[in-house]
Structures are given as C-alpha cells and as structure tokens.
Design a protein around this ligand. Structure first.
Ligand code: FES
Length: 350
C-alpha cells in the first residue's frame, strides 16, 4: 500500500514516463515483469567451475537448503535458461556453483563478472532436509554436490551433533568442488563422516548392488538418503532403494529428463515461421536446442518435460517425443519443444 503511494507520488516528477522507467535506468533489479539479480562476486573453484554470488531483486523468495532456481543469461541476444542448485546456507544471499559443461554453463563460468545482471525464477524444489533430526546419508557425484553443500552449510552450524555421512565421487582431488571447506567441516564436526571417492583410481561407486554401501556406510538402510549426480547413479539408487522396500527413505534430485536416443533417428529442416528462421536438426536434438542455436527466442522453463512452458504449435511435419517415443503429426497440436525432436521437415509456429 505504502509502496503504491510512493510510486504515485513519484509520478508527479517523472510524468510523462512512469517512475518505474526512471528507476530501471539506475537499478537493474527493478523490473515489473522479470525477476533479476546482480552478480556480486565470482570465485573460481576448480579449473572449470566457479561460484557466482548474486543479490536478487525484491520479490525473490528466500531459498531453502537443497532448492534450485532457473537462471537466465543472454548469449548473442538469446536468453537461455538453466536450473542450478543454490549452494549457500538458508538465510544467506544466493549463489550458484557452475561447472563449464555446455554453452550456457561455460558462458557463466568464463564470462560472468561482478555487476552483471542475471534473470531469475524463484527458488523451487522439494530436495529438502527432513524437518526433524535424522541420521543422513548424502550420495553425490561431480556437481551433484551443490545442493548438498547448501544442506551442510545450513545444518552443521545449527546442529553440531548432526549425524551425516557424505560419500562424494569425483574424478580426482583437482576436480573436487569445495574440497578445502569439506575437509574443514570434517575436522570440526565429529559426527560428520566424509568419504571421497576418486573415480580415476577407485572406479565409480556401484549402486547396482548393496556391496559398496554395506562397506562404506553399513547402517545406510536406517538413514534418510539424498542422491544427486549423473542419471545412471540416480536410476541405480532408485532401483536399489525400491528393491530394499525403502523408496520413502530416498530423495533424488534430477536436473535432466530421461530421454531416449534413437540411433536410427533422422532429423530434418526445422522452420520457425514467426521468426522466419530455418535450421538443420539432428534426430535426437530437442527442438528447443535447435531453435536456441538458430537464435530463435523460444519459451522454456524446466527443460525436462514438466512445466509445459515450452508448448509451441506444430504447423506441419512430424515430431518425436524423446521421453515416450511417441510420434505426433497433428496440425495445431501443442508440442513440448524441450523433449521433442524433428522427424523429417517440421514447421513450428514460433
Ligand atoms: S520447458 Fe518445461 S516442459 Fe518444456
């Protein structure tokens, strides 16, 4: 109410332009439509990863440990969105730790500077700490450590006796995120057990059977378990906990959809009619990626077939749903570009 009155008073001085337009000139976080954040620090973690701290604009909801946010960044005039876990403790300004894999993440790691503006969506996700004290097991690999870092940074200062086992896999110590901080945490908290698995020498943690878990964490069945890492690891964990009749004890964080590549898939030329652009698409590349690479501004959200933000009308041609394998050639049908690929020439109303 007070805020609205203040804007009305400001109109006296800024007419004919609304006061928001003047504010936007000086404060990049003021936007009537799009949540934004300004980068306050960039810290390199390993040779190809960096932590980017940012201060979000006013309507950002404080994140809970383990949540993620979609971050938008403009590259060559096209706004690209990706989901990243928020790595700071609850109650702190957010930060993301990004590994330079793929175009958007590489851009963030190598070209972000303090003062840059990021486009933001509110924190979300239910990969959250239990509400009461529980013995915990964290199984992470590579950048899958990031949501768990937020949990550890939140939990350990509050409960020095929190019983947590972290088994983290990375290729070697040079590629391990937060290595020094984890070591310090381990020294400071006797009830924290940290197991580094360097896959270069020890091979991957095998979750296809109970053998590795029985060896590294014999009471794993009695722990609330969180797993975040490559898809194969997540799939194995889900199968194992199901086979032990413990699916309710497992929380899985997935950032990528389960897509099925068809080795015989043929792509085709995709025409984005409204944008007047054309691109050659491979048979297993999503139409969203094809469009973005061609400089077409397509709507997107989760990029994993959940939110349906990317729905785009099919004008003609056939597309394959990479998740279900189903084909669709119905004119006017709304298709999810983030999980659909071209089968021959395709025209989209985009
Ligand atoms: S972007 Fe969410 S369903 Fe396609």
């Amino acid at each position: 109410m007070l805020k609205r009155a203040a804007w009305r008073a400001a109109e006296v001085f800024t007419t004919p332009a609304p006061p928001q337009e003047f504010a936007r000139l000086f404060n990049p976080l003021v936007s009537s439509r799009q949540l934004r954040g300004v980068v306050t620090a960039v810290r390199h973690e390993t040779a190809n990863s960096a932590t980017i701290e940012f201060t979000p604009g006013g309507t950002w909801d404080a994140h809970k440990a383990g949540q993620y946010a979609r971050i938008g960044v403009e590259i060559d005039g096209v706004r690209n969105w990706r989901s990243y876990s928020l790595v700071t403790a609850e109650g702190h300004d957010p930060a993301i730790t990004v590994t330079a894999v793929g175009r958007v993440s590489s851009h963030l790691v190598h070209h972000t500077e303090p003062g840059d503006v990021l486009f933001l969506a509110p924190p979300q996700g239910d990969f959250l700490l239990p509400t009461g004290p529980r013995p915990l097991l964290m199984l992470t690999a590579g950048s899958g450590l990031t949501p768990v870092m937020s949990m550890l940074r939140t939990l350990l200062p509050q409960r020095r006796d929190a019983d947590v086992v972290v088994i983290h896999s990375s290729r070697n110590s040079d590629e391990t995120l937060f290595l020094d901080e984890l070591t310090q945490m381990n020294d400071a908290h006797h009830s924290l057990t940290l197991v580094h698995r360097f896959t270069e020498h020890e091979g991957r943690l095998d979750l296809a059977t109970t053998h590795d878990l029985d060896t590294l964490c014999p009471d794993w069945r009695s722990r609330k378990t969180y797993v975040c890492g490559p898809q194969e690891m997540l799939d194995d964990a889900e199968r194992l906990w199901h086979s032990e009749d413990l699916p309710h004890e497992l929380s899985v964080e997935r950032f990528a959809p389960t897509l099925f590549a068809d080795p015989d898939a043929r792509g085709g030329v995709v025409t984005f009619e409204k944008s007047d652009k054309e691109a050659n698409a491979e048979g297993n590349t999503t139409l969203l990626e094809v469009g973005e690479d061609a400089g077409v501004l397509l709507p997107s959200g989760c990029r994993m077939g959940i939110c349906r933000t990317c729905l785009t009308p099919l004008v003609s041609g056939t597309v394959r749903n990479l998740s279900s394998g189903e084909l669709c050639s119905d004119e006017g049908e709304l298709i999810q570009t983030c999980i659909s690929a071209a089968v021959g020439p395709v025209h989209l109303d985009a």
